[in-house]
Design a protein around this ligand. Structure first.
Ligand code: HEC
Length: 121
């Protein structure tokens, strides 16, 4: 312990820098918000528009990316219930959309839709 203290006394500048970096990194983790959705979430009213805007550019038609077509209730429900949709929209290493994860409130709406049992309308 005294050795460490001596080291930091000698390197007070590095020590200060380290503290600043630690506090900055703890700030960035604090931005991971907990979003609570209280309204009733349905595919038609809430989920479809999110998928259309963020996913369909790549996940539509016969040549949908990764073979995952996300057009319409049945396809989206299947990808959520039986596929990797929920994992993908939270993935840091392979995020969907590929350009970067959606805003936390949009992710939370899709998660709430799954929790509520995939209401269509
Ligand atoms: C810019 C194009 C693009 C957009 C936008 C996009 N994806 Fe993808 N997606 C891909 C490609 C390419 C793959 C196949 C390669 C891979 O898995 O990374 C894929 C794969 C997937 C998979 C399969 C992953 C697996 O491991 O089985 C899912 C599920 C998925 N996307 C969901 C989504 C959802 C949900 C959105 C919108 C929130 C979205 N994607 C937006 C291009 C895109």
């Amino acid at each position: 312990m005294t050795l460490i203290l001596r080291f930091f006394k000698k390197n007070i500048f590095q020590f200060a820098l380290m503290i600043i970096m630690i506090s900055l990194s703890s700030c960035s983790t604090a931005t991971i918000e907990e979003v609570v959705i209280t309204e009733r979430v349905t595919f038609d009213a809430d989920v479809n528009i999110i998928i259309t805007n963020n996913c369909l550019p790549c996940h539509a038609g016969n040549f949908a990316a990764g073979g995952v077509n996300l057009e319409g209730y049945t396809n989206v429900r299947n990808a959520t219930e039986n596929g990797n949709l929920l994992m993908s929209i939270n993935s840091v290493s392979n995020p969907m959309p590929q350009s970067g994860l959606m805003a936390p409130n949009l992710i939370a709406i899709i998660e709430q839709w799954a929790i509520d049992g995939y209401l269509e309308n």
